[in-house]
Design a protein around this ligand. Sequence first.
Ligand code: ZN
Length: 164
Amino acid sequence: MNFLAGSEPEPHFDQLYRELILDHYRLPRNNRVLEPADADLTQFNPVCGDEVRLTARIRDGAIEDIAFVGQGCSISQSSASMMTEAIRGRSLEDASTLASYFRAMILGEDVDEAAMGDLMSLQGTSRYPTRVKCAILAWDTLQKALGGTSGREDVGSSDPDSGG
Ligand code: ZN
């Protein structure tokens, strides 16, 4: 199978990271829709057709359960899968902090590798602007969903590199 769909430049990943990404892509974790859900947001990135729908249940200021469904390239889907594992059970504050760390890592900043765990596997996308959007899609969806946005949004016109 093609590791990445389309004709975009292919980031280099260390073998272990590549296997981890493919494992999450083939066997996505928490791959379902929670009903009812306290947060429910779908984001679509038309650049490579990535779509992530995130649903979450929130109780006592923490993310009691979180799940996703989606389609698209391996980076977008594995990022969403890893995110649900990393975020489940965290307080809203911790989840927001981790999302900020992830975004910083993908934008090329140094981060605490121990705090990131398996999420480090996606660091290789940081040098590829089109892939940055793939990796960040699920996390952007998370932050907006926790901020109260629901429904469906296109994110293709927004650029995470701009404005900074
Ligand atoms: Zn993608």
